[in-house]
Design a protein around this ligand. Structure first.
Ligand SMILES: Cc1cc2nc3c(=O)[nH]c(=O)nc-3n(C[C@H](O)[C@H](O)[C@H](O)COP(=O)(O)OP(=O)(O)OC[C@H]3O[C@@H](n4cnc5c(N)ncnc54)[C@H](O)[C@@H]3O)c2cc1C
Ligand code: FES
Ligand code: FES
Length: 1292
């Protein structure tokens, strides 16, 4: 940053001159020579490993999570003097592709600000608005905002909200991030208190002393030789004219050639290594032309999707279709992808992979676009459909003409997808019709109906097109006949388990056509009820209110203060394990995973892998010096590397160690495994139940009263079944560990939630004592339970590599390995039987919990969480039966709110079922069954402070439930194809401290009175360090900035328990509080000798002088007699309202209002962050996130971002209001507080039930007003199918 030197590989003078003109890239104002870098190297690892810029994070390497966002600037090839500044994902963008961009520059988070230099306003506001928790996503969000402001310093709130379709945050629930970013908008809410900034304040270029990009800094690769690289087994060309391009293509006509534009295709189709000839086409001026002609808009093939959208908007007055197409293109990928991806590359993906849902293809084909294809010696035009049949060898897409609509022509395009952002289409469709009106009749002259997502070869609905010619479109008969023909010709391919079911896609295709049909008609023709089919769900800009109280007299306790370390996160300076620069000689190891699910390894051939370039060793089970298990006793053995038996597809069978991760990953491909005794794996829960494949249970069933007897005597009985699926934790920092052999044993830098267990596992595997294993955890990029026990796998991997090879080593799982090798939140089938009275009062409940534990029951939850089975409802007779299923899947593990989340869902389902059976309002039925103060739970615990009845009725009133239900009923009666629903979920959450044990230490430095804390929890973004510092400051009556909270280590806090189950923050606060009290007691006698008001520093010095021990330790643990007894209960009520597009199943949560009892919150903004983040994670679980397994092997099929979708920023409730119950001190908590990490998540099923009520309204319209179960995840396709959409009910 400081100088304008060429950094990178040394060159001699002559070479340097060449390099300066041909192989330079500029990053944050500094030129770097990349002549010795493989041009295909993605920018992110280059920034990370070569330039040591660690602020840019990586997670997915699929261009879909945004953590690697950087800003790219270059001269606009079309408009001289204009600079382009765009956000791009650096994980895919190749270093070599920069060289064709004139005056390019990459700006990373380091260019904006730092703790030393001062923070950039975006970094500061993101932290100040509490927009970072684990912080892993923060630099990506900052850079994405920076990219927006570079182009548009005064965006609207809508533009800000639209800007984040490619950035994932798993922790915050997005609301605070969006608020922080909206504070830069010109029309932001006064509440956000932001101000506009001058983005050009940022002076980056040390050469020009100008805001970077104003003047020429660096040129593109100049010179006559267009072969830029002839190394690394490839040739990389950079032609400057079409003539040169054709010549290169001719020269290599027999080879696999790849033209490089955005190079985003790798995000979807990964294997691109077979391309040996790469031609960067971005230096060819002819491929940037854009002209608006008399017949249409002609756009050349280097024009990106973002630019195409801009041009279509610019010329929208020329054709009504242009705005429509632009809006549709905005739904492709995400901002970062569209900023570099070309339409031509999208079409070529369709050309290469017919099954690809290319929306560009569908739109262009329906619009009647003309493509020009160029080749040496000529060019020709064709339609997109004809293009699929063209042999593209040696040919290039030159341009496309998107015609204007003719008079009487109408067009529209549709996309139905699992989420409103960053998701490919289930089905997309575009229709263009020419109408004619004669004698008052509107009929079809010609029509083009194009579909994507049906099957490889289905493009036009030709039979329906033919039928419609000449038909009157105002007739129901035309509609029905057309639909019947369409239904016959649309036969979706059902062979790919990753694609939604054929039945749904067919129904969707018909629904989309119905939308278009009604769109063609003047409003007067369409019955008011059916008009709701035409429009898409309207999502206004989201907003939220956070209400809480605090006690200024106790500050910093209860103070809503910014999280310590937040600035470190938003500047990208916080080093996660992967950011620590590799030591000299450091090795990289990755697991080779089994591809079969139930077999025995017969032989592993490692000979090729071990000779692979960069290979150091392949470690097998036989090489493990200690115990081959990553779960130390008393846990059941789970092998680090299979010694023979393979229990699931995805199980580690070898550890490949190499000098780089890249080579280690390549080694995996070279390992050959042969298996014997292959048996069909048990993949589904049903199979496990049928085959009685159970783990021996650690607990047993719970029977209270006489449930069987009482149910049979009850006035009413029902039985039912419902399911809850698995959930991938989606921590942004995937599993990683680094180990360094030292003279003291092994130093371990772990990203794990339970250091003590990792220590035991490593010691066991290496056969060394625990005292020789020093584990340290600084800060994790998210864990959510996946790093409690499962982090031991990479910990043992890294330790074995380091120990056996006596070199520093790291073990990292990329996203795919992480999703395949590691288990998820447990999936369930619940079966229940209930007896109840006429008014819905529960008499007896029997629930059998079939819980999939996968291949091991080490992280069992089914037998341990009965405390949540009753949620907030009283019943005197219970039978709760846990069944731990054994399947051939990775052992499932705890995930935020384990056990409680599914258990509360099933009792909520039961009460909804009871209400529907009796035809009563479920809200009233739930209210009737709520606990009273002093009631006893099924586990026999008293509820002395139970406030749920009050909270329930208060919240119903506060958020106007009665009026809103009336409005919803009216809406549903008025609209046939859009429905709304509202649901209420109360909460009683049992907080059990009994599994918490932590060692806390507080030391006061005699020299200056500053204070150091170490505790047994791990900062994972939940704000534990801030809370303990607040407690310490309060207890010692000193300012927070005198306090430093150090990383957790097994040296400072040995034998400490796991960070999880919500209790860690409060128990470590308790430990620190007690340490402070010990210290105060020791210091008080000295204090009494000093004048009142003696400054703290002097008091400490006086104590030190008389040799007072200024270090105190406290071991937090529970009396054995209290084991299993809840410390206290949390209460809450959530009201959720949903809206549904019946024809597609797409839905949105219009409003959520949660009242949550957090006691006297230690830090209300941190607690609200926990509430919002956990609730949105829960929404993902209930409505979006679905694991897909190979039915034959059990392997996880959707191991990546393409087919597994966590919530994005527009998945959150549009109006998201959280209130922490005011004046609610908890007499049984730490300093009157209550925990916030998990309980609110359990109310997120309210969103599923709100959607369910909307579905009920849709089913009422077809006369099916009976109970139906709705399992989680209720994905868009499931929802639409449950709505019983039948095209025969479509009418005008
Ligand atoms: C995260 C993500 C989400 C996405 N979501 C969607 C989606 O929702 N809907 C959708 O339709 N698509 C989606 N895509 C696909 C995306 O639109 C394409 O990846 C992109 O348009 C390809 O353009 P590119 O410039 O990056 O092509 P490149 O990757 O540079 O090139 C792709 C192929 O096209 C060839 N090629 C490039 N230019 C030319 C040319 N002028 N003439 C001939 N051949 C050429 C190349 O040789 C190469 O084989 C998504 C992609 C990603 C990564
Ligand atoms: S790592 Fe680049 S988008 Fe995810
Ligand atoms: S703070 Fe966004 S992923 Fe953790």
């Amino acid at each position: 940053m400081e100088t304008d030197l060429v950094q990178g590989h040394n060159t001699n003078e002559g070479e340097e001159r060449t390099a300066r003109t041909r192989h330079q890239i500029r990053v944050n104002g500094v030129l770097h020579d990349v002549s010795n870098i493989d041009p295909r190297t993605p920018l992110a690892p280059y920034l990370h490993f070569m330039l040591l810029l660690h602020g840019t994070k990586t997670m997915c390497f699929e261009s879909a999570c945004g953590s690697c966002t950087v800003v790219l600037e270059y001269d606009d090839p079309l408009k001289p003097g204009k600079r382009i500044a765009i956000s791009v994902n650096s994980c895919l963008y190749p270093v070599g592709a920069l060289l064709s961009l004139k005056n390019h520059q990459i700006l990373t988070i380091e260019a904006l600000g730092s703790l030393k230099k001062g923070l950039h306003p975006i970094q500061k506001r993101l932290a100040d608005y509490n927009g970072s928790q684990c912080g892993f996503c923060s630099p990506g969000f900052v850079m994405q905002m920076f990219g927006l402001l570079k182009n548009n310093p005064t965006p609207s709130v809508q533009e800000v909200e639209d800007n984040f379709d490619g950035n994932v945050c798993r922790c915050t629930g997005y609301r605070p991030i969006l608020d922080a970013m909206k504070s830069f908008a010109k029309d932001s809410d006064a509440r956000l208190k932001g101000s506009l900034i001058d983005i050009e304040d940022l002076t980056i270029c040390p050469k020009t002393k100008q805001p970077c990009g104003q003047n020429s800094c660096t040129g593109p690769a100049e010179g006559s030789d267009i072969l830029l690289y002839d190394d690394f087994g490839i040739k990389w060309y950079q032609p400057e004219s079409l003539h040169q391009l054709y010549n290169i293509m001719q020269e290599h006509i027999r080879k696999y050639i790849k033209l490089v534009n955005g190079d985003t295709t790798k995000g979807i189709y990964k294997g691109s290594q077979y391309f040996k000839i790469l031609i960067d086409v971005k230096g060819i001026p002819d491929l940037y032309k854009v002209t608006m002609g008399p017949t249409g808009l002609k756009v050349s093939s280097n024009v990106t999707l973002s630019s195409l959208i801009d041009y279509l908007k610019e010329y929208s007055d020329q054709s009504p279709s242009y705005n429509m197409i632009a809006s549709h293109l905005l739904k492709i990928g995400n901002v970062q992808v569209r900023n570099i991806a070309g339409w031509a590359g999208n079409l070529m993906m369709k050309w290469y992979h017919r099954e690809f849902h290319s929306e560009v293809f569908v739109i262009f084909e329906a619009a009647g676009a003309k493509l020009t294809i160029g080749y040496k010696g000529g060019k020709k035009t064709c339609t997109p459909l004809q293009f699929l049949g063209v042999n593209m060898k040696g040919k290039v897409l030159l341009d496309v003409e998107i015609p204007k609509l003719k008079e009487n022509e109408m067009m529209n395009c549709y996309k139905a997808r699992c989420q409103t952002q960053n998701s490919q289409a289930y089905v997309c469709a575009a229709f263009r019709v020419q109408l004619k009106t004669s004698s008052g009749i509107k009929s079809v002259e010609s029509i083009s109906m194009v579909y994507g997502g049906i099957s490889k070869n289905f493009i036009h609905a030709s039979n329906t097109e033919k039928y419609l010619q000449g038909k009157d479109i105002t007739s129901d008969e035309t509609l029905q006949d057309a639909l019947a023909i369409l239904a016959k010709e649309i036969i979706p391919d059902d062979s790919n388990p990753l694609v939604a079911r054929a039945e749904y896609r067919q129904s969707l295709a018909l629904g989309l056509f119905y939308k278009f049909f009604l769109f063609l008609l003047d409003e007067g023709y369409v019955t008011p009820c059916n008009r709701s089919a035409i429009y898409s769900l309207n999502r206004p800009v989201s907003s939220g209110k956070q209400t809480f109280s605090s006690k200024p007299e106790n500050y910093p306790l209860t103070e809503p203060m910014t999280k310590l370390g937040a600035y470190n996160q938003t500047t990208g300076e916080l080093l996660y394990v992967n950011d620590i620069y590799p030591q000299q000689n450091e090795l990289f190891s990755v697991f080779c995973l089994s591809k079969v699910g139930n077999a025995t390894i017969s032989h592993i051939d490692t000979s090729v892998a071990e000779k692979w370039i960069g290979a150091v060793k392949v470690i097998l089970a036989k090489d493990i010096p200690g115990s081959n298990t990553f779960m130390p006793p008393p846990f059941e053995v789970e092998e680090i590397l299979s010694s023979g038996p393979v229990l699931y597809a995805g199980q580690p069978i070898a550890l490949c160690v190499a000098v780089s991760q890249h080579f280690a990953l390549e080694m995996i491909e070279e390992i050959k495994v042969t298996y014997k005794d292959e048996k069909p794996p048990i993949v589904t829960l049903e199979d496990a139940i049928e085959q009685k494949s159970f783990h021996p249970l650690s607990g047993k069933e719970l029977v209270v009263g006489d449930p069987e007897g009482i149910i049979s005597e009850s006035l009413h009985q029902i039985e039912g079944e419902v399911r809850a699926g698995e959930q991938y934790h989606f921590h942004m920092e995937t599993q990683i560990c680094r180990c360094t052999p030292t003279d003291d044993g092994l130093d371990v830098q772990a990203s794990c939630q339970w250091l003590d267990l990792a220590q035991q596992a490593i010691a066991g595997a290496c056969g060394i004592p625990a005292k020789d294993v020093n584990v340290k955890a600084n800060h994790m990029g998210g864990g959510f339970g996946a790093k409690v026990t499962r982090a031991n796998l990479v910990a043992c991997g890294a330790a074995l590599a380091a120990h056996l090879l006596n070199r520093p080593a790291q073990c990292l799982m990329d996203l795919t390995a992480n999703m395949k090798a590691i288990g998820k939140r447990h999936g369930y089938i619940f079966k229940y039987k209930v007896g109840f009275n006429d008014n819905g009062t529960l008499n007896g409940v029997i629930i059998t919990y079939y819980c999939d534990n996968g291949s091991s029951a080490n992280d069992d939850e089914v037998t341990a969480f009965f405390a949540y089975s009753d949620n907030a409802y009283k019943c005197n007779n219970w039978k709760l039966v846990p069944v731990a299923l054994k399947t051939n899947r990775a052992a499932h593990t705890w995930c935020r709110s384990p056990g409680s989340l599914p258990n509360i869902f099933v009792i909520e389902t039961i009460l909804e079922h009871v209400a529907k059976f009796l035809n009563l309002d479920p809200i009233a039925v739930k209210q009737r069954n709520l606990y009273f103060q002093g009631d006893i739970t099924p586990l026999g615990f008293n509820l002395p402070y139970c406030s749920i009845r009050d909270l329930y009725s208060t919240q119903l009133q506060e958020v106007n439930v009665v009026e809103r239900l009336q409005a919803i009923n009216k809406f549903n009666a008025d609209n046939r194809w859009k429905k709304k629903g509202l649901a209420v979920v109360p909460l009683k959450f049992s907080m059990n401290w009994t599994k918490g044990f932590y060692l806390c230490t507080v030391s006061i430095f005699g020299s200056d009175g500053s204070v150091m804390i170490t505790h047994g929890g791990v900062e994972v973004g939940q704000g534990i360090n801030t809370k303990v510092a607040q407690v310490c400051a309060y207890a010692l009556e000193i300012p927070v900035d005198l306090i430093s909270v150090k990383s957790t280590t097994t040296i400072s806090s040995p034998n400490s328990g796991t960070t999880g189950r919500s209790i860690t923050s409060e128990l470590n606060c308790l430990g620190v509080k007690n340490c402070c009290e010990i210290l105060k007691k020791r210091m008080d006698p000295v204090k009494d000798t000093l004048p009142p008001g003696t400054p703290w520093k002097d008091l400490v010095a006086a104590c030190f002088k008389v040799k007072v021990n200024l270090t105190a330790q406290y071991w937090v643990s529970c009396e054995p007699s209290h084991i299993g007894v809840p410390q206290y209960h949390s209460y809450g009520v959530t009201v959720a309202e949903a809206e549904l597009d019946v024809l597609t199943g797409e839905n949105q949560i219009n409003q959520v209002d949660m009242l949550f009892d957090c006691g006297e919150s230690l830090n209300p903004i941190i607690d609200i962050g926990q509430v919002e983040g956990s609730f949105v994670m829960g929404m993902g679980y209930w409505l979006m996130e679905k694991m897909i397994y190979d039915p034959k092997t059990g392997e996880v099929l959707n191991a990546g971002t393409l087919h597994y979708k966590p919530p994005f920023s527009k998945s959150i409730p549009i109006n998201f209001n959280i209130e922490l119950l005011k004046n609610a001190p908890n007499p049984l908590g730490v300093l009157r507080s209550k925990a916030s990490g998990e309980p609110p998540l359990c109310m997120s099923c309210a969103t599923l039930f709100a959607v369910k009520h909307a579905i009920e309204a849709a089913r009422q319209d077809v006369g099916k007003d009976t109970y139906f179960p709705l399992s989680g995840p209720a994905t868009v396709d499931e929802i639409q199918t449950t709505c019983l959409v039948d095209y025969k009910n479509f009418s005008i």
